[in-house]
Write a new protein. Structure first.
Length: 104
């Protein structure tokens, strides 16, 4: 039985291309999920009038019923739990959640 090396090389190239397409489809799906997650996150704006510089981003105040729960936790002296809760409720980073809870 004789092998045609060009056919083997061609088959390997096609197989490699198929693997690349599968990987790219997975990455596109992952990026779509990340975009959906970010679309639900609080928006940011730049404001020089708010006392910040032009390059400083400040989170908009999220609106929701969770603020009362966060205020109650802070009033009980459970600030760390309030920060954790703010991160979950509003999808904030640790720093933004800390700043948010301190602003309540």
């Amino acid at each position: 039985m004789e092998f045609d090396y060009t056919s083997v090389v061609l088959a390997l190239i096609v197989f490699s291309l198929m693997l690349m397409v599968i990987r790219l489809r997975f990455e596109v799906r992952h990026l779509k999920e990340e975009l959906d997650r970010l679309a639900e996150a609080p928006r940011y704006y730049r404001s020089a009038a708010a006392g910040g510089t032009q390059n400083e981003e400040r989170p908009l105040r999220p609106s929701g019923d969770g603020d009362e729960q966060l205020r109650a936790l802070v009033a009980k002296g459970r600030k760390i739990e309030a920060i954790k809760e703010a991160r979950q409720l509003y999808n904030l980073s640790l720093k933004d959640a800390k700043d948010y809870v301190e602003s309540l």
